[in-house]
Design a protein around this ligand. Structure first.
Ligand code: CS2
Length: 488
């Protein structure tokens, strides 16, 4: 940290002297710009230095190498059009690469000093079957972990391994706190963990069910894709000091956590809040922010935009995003009208933050897992009540269209999805209406939809138009007159 400009905030403690009270699975940019920073602020507020984080990278070793080379310190850059606020984060006490140290991860989860295990491992990391909501026990990674319990490769196997060790020792288990963008993330995590444990030992499953808390939580902060532009921005903001693991994020952040028993950092002094039930926050977050992110990514990329900020600044896409939030997603979330309108305007402002490079491929990846909680669940309610869903139909058609265009010269998108090979076969069906029917028939992606024939027709029409026409024209045809009037 020597040589840093004076206005860069530094941790007010000696990072090497922190105790490790948290294990985090999934050490991506989001964790570093959200929970790790908030934890640093909580420790700063109270002087309690026992909440250092052992941060586990689940696949790539890159971030681990970068962090270790700089004593696990890195910079967060909170950026908008007017300012960049830089802060060095020292809350990470160890950076661990799970594939190279599987036994070590299990041991850390079981460490008596660890009171909380948090996760950002994305939907796929929960190993749940989308149709049953229970553990997908036939999948290769789960079968591997059941065979090889000491060296698990999935987050679920790691948690169960650590919890089993706590039980053997007669200890108090850590609280397991999901920070992923899933509906009822605590409940889903509990299902995955107890199902897995039951396949190992029924008594372990009962013990976990009785003794381990899995609170839900809703996280919110828009974080830039990992990007070399960040390194350059960090270097200039840090007066030339090199940082190989900087993260850029918007200044806005929230973290709503379901109440639980037990020790925790004073996250509430650092911007988090505790509630009895997170479900209203969760619906609003997933459907308004994350659902509209997909709309901007899938349609924005077709319009040639490379980032969400570019799409959010495009008047037609902005009008569509506003209409989608106000008239499709909004009526399905429990927010009073005035609050909905305020939230929508705040989101439109956040989406167009030019200082955050949020790439289309990053937001649009794993679309088959994101579709249900962010889009299809609201669409199902709208279809059932007869409310029109032009935005959702267009969003789905644009996602299908990505399969045609990715890889073509100059394309702003790439399809990254665990189901990509099977979906590519559906995407090769020549007739757009048949193609739309084949996609929407996938209940593992969209759930069961009422009035299926109607929505299949609507998505087929939208896809036909996206193939033949200019995206702006296709969107304009679906805008309500008042939405166009509010394009500003
Ligand atoms: C985004 C989220 O990539 C995505 O799926 O929608 O990462 C989004 O930026 C965060 O949830 C914002 O809180």
């Amino acid at each position: 940290m020597r040589g840093l400009p004076r206005d860069v905030t530094r941790p007010p403690f000696t990072p090497g002297l922190l105790g490790t009270g948290i294990v985090h699975l999934g050490c991506g940019a989001f964790h570093r710009a959200h929970q790790a920073l908030i934890t640093q602020h909580a420790m700063t507020a109270t002087g309690d230095r026992n909440w250092g984080i052992a941060a586990v990278a689940m696949s790539s070793p890159d971030v681990v190498g970068a962090l270790r080379a700089q004593d696990n310190l890195y910079t967060t850059l909170l950026r908008d059009e007017s300012a960049v606020r830089a802060e060095v984060v020292g809350a990470i006490t160890a950076a661990v690469h799970a594939p190279s140290d599987r036994i070590g991860v299990v041991r850390r989860v079981a460490d008596p000093r660890v009171r909380i295990v948090t996760l950002t491992v994305t939907t796929g990391g929960y190993c749940l079957s989308p149709t049953t909501g229970r553990l997908d026990s036939g999948s290769d990674p789960v079968r591997h972990d059941l065979r090889c319990t000491a060296k698990p490769c999935t987050a679920i196997g790691m948690l169960v391994g650590g919890l089993a060790a706590v039980r053997r020792r007669g200890g108090t288990p850590p609280v397991v706190l999901s920070c992923d963008n899933l509906a009822a993330n605590g409940r889903q995590l509990r299902s995955a963990v107890t199902d897995f444990a039951a396949l190992r030992d029924d008594r372990l499953a009962t013990w976990i069910d009785r003794h381990v808390q899995f609170p839900s939580s809703v996280v919110d902060r828009i974080v830039a894709s990992d990007d070399s532009e960040d390194d350059a921005a960090a270097r200039s903001r840090l007066g030339g000091v090199d940082d190989r693991a900087p993260v850029s994020a918007e200044p806005f952040m929230t973290w709503t956590i379901e109440n639980f028993d037990g020790e925790r950092p004073r996250w509430d002094l650092a911007g988090a809040n505790y509630v009895a039930d997170v479900s209203d926050h969760e619906l609003a977050k997933l459907r308004l922010l994350n659902g509209t992110h997909l709309l901007l990514a899938y349609l924005g990329a077709l319009a040639g935009h490379r980032t969400i900020a570019e799409a959010g600044a495009d008047p037609i896409l902005r009008a569509l995003a506003r209409q989608f939030m106000l008239y499709e997603q909004g009526p399905t979330v429990r927010l009073p009208d005035a609050e909905l309108r305020r939230t929508v305007e705040d989101l439109l402002r956040r989406f167009r933050n030019p200082a955050i490079r949020h790439e289309m491929t990053r937001v649009g990846r794993n679309g088959s897992e994101k579709m249900l909680p962010r889009v299809a669940a609201a669409m199902r309610e709208n279809l059932a009540t007869g409310r029109p869903t032009p935005g959702a139909a267009l969003l789905i058609a644009a996602w299908i269209r990505w399969f045609d265009l990715c890889g073509t010269a100059g394309a702003a998108m790439e399809v990254v999805d665990p189901r990509a090979p099977e979906l590519a076969r559906l995407a090769a069906i020549p007739d757009p209406h048949r193609r739309a029917r084949a996609f929407l028939a996938r209940t593992d992606i969209f759930g069961p939809l009422p009035h299926l024939g109607h929505i299949q027709q609507e998505v087929g029409d939208a896809l036909t138009e996206l193939i033949n026409d200019n995206v702006t024209e296709v969107i304009s045809r679906r805008l309500r007159p008042e939405s166009e009037g509010r394009v500003a």
